[in-house]
Ligand binder design. Sequence first.
Ligand code: PLP
Length: 453
Amino acid sequence: MQYRNLPNVNSVLENDAIQEIVSVYKREWILELVRETIDQARKSIAEGNECPTVLDIIETIKSKVAFLSVQAPRQVINATGVIIHTNLGRSPLSHQATEAAVAASAGYSDLEFDLANGKRGSRQYHLQFLLREITGAEASLVVNNNASALLLGLSALSNGKEVIVSRGEAVEIGGGFRVPEVMEQSGAVLRDVGTTNRTYVRDYANAMCAETGVFLKAHASNFKVEGFTAEVSISELVDLGRVNDIPVIHDVGSGALLDTAKYGLAHEPMPQESITSGAGLVMFSGDKLLGGPQSGIISGDRLLVEKLSRHPLARAIRIDKMSLASLTATLMHYLKGEAESEIPIWKMISADQDQIRFRAQKWQNCVQVNTEIVPSKSAVGGGSLPGETLNSWSLAIDGESVLGGAESLMTRLRENVPPIIARIEDDKVILDPRTVMDNEEDTLIDGLRRCAI
Ligand SMILES: *Cc1c(COP(=O)(O)O)cnc(C)c1O
């Protein structure tokens, strides 16, 4: 009986709201959606449910279209105080880096074309020189991300032989990236030496044999072993490897080209230090502390880099033109000595505390609910510098003074356009100005006015 009340396809299609959708989207697609939705309603009735009304069906179609038509990923405002927030897309790009990506992709470019002689060129050509100035390395190769850089490095250099790594460094970096598993994929045989907390150069020396292909040193980016610890330095490994012609791969992880110690943080290993210590290859991410696009940078000895470039995997994990262009623009900021003023993450790391407090006060003056300005901690994030924080100031909104409490305010903030991401501490919603970009400030204040009720 219920089926009789089901609308037919044409009557739904003729509805004004659906007609409005049809004026934007392909008619055949919307027709298909209408059929599918009516079919689902029929099945639902067969299961003993009420027959949906025409309005129900139209709402279902509208929400399906709305879900599919939002831009993804969407731009959000990061008020969490976590600078390199992995779930929020890691490093935001500088203005120049963004423009470079647009320019390289909106039209044609000399990506693999040599303008001097009109012949085929290499997409790696220009970046090599830039990276030589910055890291001091003879040669470089840039790939899709650091995980693939490591996979390529181990595949090309181990040749199915053993890779010796400290037990304290056979770690999981996050997002399912585990050093032992990458090694297995590369065909190399993992030979872990030493113990979780202490590894000496003699551990490598004792394990070294004719079957040894590579020494790998991986920075344990996202955790800290404290107390009774010992690790082998790159130069010790290089000295040991030199005797038997064993190259050292150093995965430094976040690729800090500036010294984090200058900002009151622990010292993060720097690619240029590895090169100076004689590492055969140093590898790092482009979108962590370097502050650029997703990419993996491999710098080091010319012969080793050439070996990697020739490996078939290199083609499979090659970097795209947009990332290449914005990485070049990002590296230029280092050469100009303007990283702190132009690269968003370094701007945030080096931000003046009084300035942060001033911004929090400005936000405070725009909302009517109970708030205070509180001292807080910002984190570098991105799996780097675990436990290290920067002193900051935040706007704290009292959960009891807002409609529905703190969780409810968090939901409203996430549903704002654009979404605002904050954190809760002691029933207060905390917003840290450090990670909010200057040009997002007005939008954030508008959002706060709407949501903090
Ligand atoms: C982050 C990290 C990686 C993975 O880099 P992606 O660029 O995310 O692929 C590898 N090794 C270390 C030590 C890292 O910190």
